[in-house]
Design a protein around this ligand. Structure first.
Ligand code: CDP
Length: 226
C-alpha cells in the first residue's frame, strides 16, 4: 500500500472533513483538519481579546502558540493549543465570525502551513482545507475540490450543530450568512485564496450520498497509488 497525500479543498460546510476522515480510515492514513488549526488560532486571539487588525500584536501572540495534532482511532484530529485540548470551543459562533479574517493574515498562514507540511513528511495523509492542493501540497497525488449547493450546505451545518447541541439561538439565516461571508473572504483574500487547483477533481456532492462519494474518491485514491 502506498503512502500518498490526498488534498481536499472546497467551500465551507460541504463535508470535507467527513470525507477526509472516511478516506483516512479506509487507507489507514492520518487525517489533518487544517480548518481546526485556523479556528484554534482564532480562539486564542479572541480569548486574549487582541485586536486582529494590529499586525504587531498578532505576530507577538503567534509566537506563544504551540499547536499539537493527534489522530484518534476514528481519524478525527485532536488538537492541543498550548497543551489544552480544544474541541467544541472551535465551533462557537464567535470563532465562526472571526476565523476567515484571521485566516487572511499572512503571518498566521505562514506558521500553520509549516506545521501542515511537517505532518505530510512522514506517512500517508489526508488533509482538508482551502489551500491544501494549491499551496500546502502542490504535488499531492490526489487533489479533490468539493462543493455543494448553498442550501444543501446550510442544511448540513444546521443539522450538524443541532446534533452536537451547539445550535443555541442560531437561525438558519445566521448560518447561511456565515457560510456565504466566509466563502467570500476565503475566495478574495490576497494570500492563498480558495481556488480550484488545475489538476483537482471537482465534485459537487449536493446529490451524492456519503457512500457514493466515499466509493468514488477511494477509487481515485487507489488509482493514484493509495
Ligand atoms: O468546516 P468548514 O468548512 O465550515 O470550515 P473549516 O474547514 O473549519 O475552516 C474554517 C475557516 O478556516 C475557513 O472559512 C477559512 O477561513 C480558514 N481556512 C483556511 O483559510 N485555510 C485552510 N487550509 C483551512 C481553513
Amino acid at each position: 500500500m502506498g503512502q500518498i497525500i490526498i488534498a481536499i479543498d472546497g467551500h465551507s460546510s460541504c463535508g470535507k472533513s467527513t470525507l477526509a476522515r472516511s478516506l483516512a480510515q479506509e487507507f489507514q492514513y492520518k487525517h489533518i483538519d487544517s480548518g481546526a488549526m485556523y479556528r484554534a488560532v482564532t480562539y486564542h486571539f479572541l480569548e486574549h481579546k487582541i485586536n486582529i487588525q494590529d499586525e504587531d500584536t498578532v505576530k507577538v501572540l503567534l509566537e506563544d502558540i504551540d499547536l499539537q495534532l493527534e489522530n484518534n482511532s476514528a481519524a478525527s484530529t485532536l488538537l492541543y493549543l498550548n497543551g489544552r485540548q480544544l474541541d467544541s470551543e472551535l465551533r462557537s459562533q464567535e470563532v465562526n465570525h472571526h476565523v476567515s479574517q484571521v485566516a487572511s493574515i499572512s503571518a498566521v498562514r505562514k506558521k500553520l502551513v509549516l506545521i501542515q507540511r511537517e505532518q505530510g513528511r512522514t506517512s500517508g495523509v489526508v488533509m482538508d482545507g482551502r489551500d491544501i492542493g494549491t499551496v500546502v501540497f502542490p504535488d499531492a497525488q490526489l487533489k479533490l475540490f468539493l462543493t455543494a449547493d448553498q442550501k444543501v450546505r446550510t442544511k448540513r451545518r444546521y443539522e450538524e450543530l443541532q446534533a452536537k447541541n451547539l445550535l443555541r439561538d442560531l437561525t438558519w439565516g445566521d448560518i447561511e450568512d456565515n457560510l456565504r461571508s466566509r466563502d467570500e473572504i476565503d475566495s478574495n483574500r490576497l494570500d492563498s485564496p480558495l481556488r480550484v487547483a488545475e489538476d483537482a477533481v471537482v465534485i459537487d456532492n449536493s446529490n451524492l450520498t456519503r457512500a457514493e462519494q466515499n466509493a468514488m474518491t477511494a477509487c481515485l485514491a487507489r488509482q493514484r497509488g493509495a
